[in-house]
Design a protein around this ligand. Structure first.
Ligand SMILES: Cc1cc2nc3c(=O)[nH]c(=O)nc-3n(C[C@H](O)[C@H](O)[C@H](O)COP(=O)(O)OP(=O)(O)OC[C@H]3O[C@@H](n4cnc5c(N)ncnc54)[C@H](O)[C@@H]3O)c2cc1C
Length: 390
C-alpha cells in the first residue's frame, strides 16, 4: 500500500514525488516514458523556478552538469527599441536557466527515487479504481500490468490528462488557443543571455542550453501553424532572418544539432483539480500559452504547495486529505489568476502597440527593465509595472 500514486514523472509529478518522499510519504511514481526522455518544450526557467530548484538542493548539480546560467536579457521591439537588463530576482536569484528536459526531468526522477519514492517507468495509466465514491487506486498497463491502491492519486500526466478524464474533472475555464511555437538547437552562437525579438507578427528568442547549443524559437499566431508545419525549415529560417538577422547568420546546416520541433497544441485552460481521493498538478490542472514560459515554474510551485499540505493530512485520514487537496486547488487558482490573464494578453498579441511608448521610457532604467521581465515570470503585474514607470 502506497500513500500516494503519482501518474506522470516530469516537472510536476517527479517534483511532487521528491518533496513528498523527503517528508516520509510512501510514493509510487509512474510514467509511460523511460528517463531520460525528451518532450516538446522550450524549457526556459525563470528565477522563480531556479529559486525552487535551489531550495530543493538541485541547482548546484544542474549547474555543475553544464546548464549555462543566464543572467542577462535583451528585448528588441519595433524599429529601434532595445532593452537590456537582468532577469527579475526571486529570493536573491537573478538567474534564468534553460535545462534540457532530458536533463531536468531525469534529475527530478532520480532525486525522487533517491528520496525513497518507488519509480516505475514504461507503465501506462489505464483507469482509476473507485470505492464508495472515492478514488482508492489506479490500474496500469504497458510492459507489466498492475493495480495499486493509495490514499491519493495525483494526475501529473500533462495537457491530455487521462487521470482528469477518468475522474471527470471539468474544464472550468477554456480560454482558447492563440499561438504556436517551433524551435531547434544550433552550435556556435555567442552567449549573450536571452535574446528576444518581437515584431512583424512574430517573436524570435534565442538562449543558451547544454553542450554549447542555443535554443532558437519562433512564435507565431496559431493561424500560421498548419502552413508553417508543411515546410517548417523554410518558414522558420525566414522568420529568424526577418526578425533577428544577427542570430540567423549562425543557423547553418552544419551548426544544427537536430530537427525543428514545435506545437500548436497550446490551449489555455483551467481544470477543476481536486476531488475525493484525487488531485491534478502541472499541465493536467492548468496550462497557459508558453509565451510567458511559466509552465515548469508553475508545476514546481504546485508540487511545493501540495507537498507542504499532504503529509499531515495523510496521517489524519481520507477526509483530511480531501480538505488539503481542495485547499491546494483553491490557492492555486487564486495565486495564478493574474498570470493566466496576463499570459492570455501576451498570447493574443495584445499590449504590444500600447506598451511601446511605456517601454521607451525605461530604456536607460535597468531596474525597470528587470521589472518588465518580471511580468513574463508572473512576479509583477502589468498594473504594478505601469505604475512604477509613471
Ligand atoms: C512548445 C512548448 C514550449 C514550452 N516552453 C516552455 C518554457 O520555455 N518554459 C516553461 O516553463 N514551460 C514551457 N512549456 C510548458 C511546459 O513544457 C509544461 O508546462 C510542462 O512540461 C508541464 O509539466 P507536467 O509535468 O505537468 O506535464 P508533462 O511535461 O506533459 O509530463 C507529463 C508526463 O505524464 C506522462 N503520461 C501522460 N499520460 C500518461 C499515462 N496514461 N500513463 C503514464 N504516464 C503518462 C508523460 O509520459 C509525461 O512524462 C512549453 C510547452 C510547449 C508545448
Amino acid at each position: 500500500m502506497h500513500d500516494v500514486i503519482i501518474v506522470g514523472a516530469r516537472c510536476a509529478g517527479a517534483a511532487t514525488a521528491l518533496l513528498l518522499a523527503r517528508r516520509g510519504v510512501r510514493v509510487l511514481l509512474v510514467d509511460r516514458a523511460a528517463f531520460p526522455s525528451d518532450t516538446v518544450s522550450t524549457h526556459l526557467l525563470h528565477p522563480t523556478g531556479v529559486a525552487r530548484l535551489r531550495s530543493w538542493g538541485l541547482l548546484d548539480p544542474l549547474l555543475a552538469g553544464g546548464c549555462p546560467p543566464i543572467d542577462s536579457i535583451s528585448f528588441r521591439a519595433g524599429e529601434d527599441l532595445v532593452l537590456r537588463g537582468a532577469p527579475y530576482a526571486c529570493d536573491g536569484i537573478a538567474l534564468s536557466l534553460a535545462p534540457r528536459r532530458t536533463v531536468l526531468d531525469a534529475m527530478l526522477v532520480e532525486a525522487a527515487g533517491a528520496a525513497g519514492a518507488e519509480v516505475r517507468e514504461g507503465a501506462s495509466f489505464q483507469r482509476v479504481v473507485w470505492e464508495g465514491g472515492r478514488v482508492v487506486g489506479a490500474e496500469f498497463g504497458g510492459r507489466s500490468a498492475f493495480v495499486e491502491r493509495a490514499a491519493l492519486v495525483v494526475g501529473a500526466d500533462g495537457r491530455h490528462s487521462a487521470v482528469a478524464r477518468q475522474v471527470g474533472a471539468r474544464v472550468i475555464r477554456d480560454a482558447g488557443t492563440f499561438g504556436c511555437q517551433f524551435y531547434g538547437y544550433w552550435q556556435g552562437l555567442p552567449d549573450v543571455g536571452t535574446q528576444i525579438f518581437v515584431g512583424g507578427g512574430q517573436a524570435v528568442l534565442a538562449y543558451p542550453t547544454h553542450g554549447g547549443d542555443h535554443l532558437v524559437l519562433v512564435g507565431w499566431p496559431h493561424a500560421r501553424f498548419a502552413e508553417a508545419k508543411q515546410d517548417i525549415d523554410r518558414h522558420f529560417l525566414a522568420a529568424v532572418a526577418a526578425s533577428a538577422p544577427g542570430v540567423a547568420e549562425y543557423l547553418t546546416a552544419d551548426a544544427r544539432s537536430g530537427p525543428i520541433s514545435g506545437s500548436g497544441d497550446l490551449g489555455n485552460y483551467i481544470r477543476e483539480s481536486a476531488g475525493p481521493g484525487w488531485v491534478l498538478v502541472g499541465d493536467a490542472a492548468t496550462a497557459k500559452d508558453p509565451v510567458t514560459a511559466q509552465g515548469i515554474g508553475d508545476a514546481f510551485a504546485q508540487a511545493q504547495s501540495l507537498a507542504d499540505r499532504l503529509p499531515a493530512a495523510l496521517a489524519a485520514g481520507p477526509q483530511a486529505v480531501d480538505v488539503a487537496t481542495a485547499a491546494h486547488a483553491a490557492d492555486r487558482e487564486r495565486d495564478s489568476a493574474t498570470a493566466f490573464e496576463t499570459t492570455l494578453t501576451f498570447a493574443m498579441g495584445g499590449n504590444s502597440a500600447a506598451l511601446l511608448p511605456v517601454l521607451r521610457k525605461i530604456e536607460s532604467r535597468p531596474d525597470l527593465i528587470s521589472m518588465f521581465y518580471g511580468i513574463y515570470a508572473g512576479q509583477v503585474t502589468m498594473e504594478e509595472f505601469v505604475a512604477a514607470v509613471g
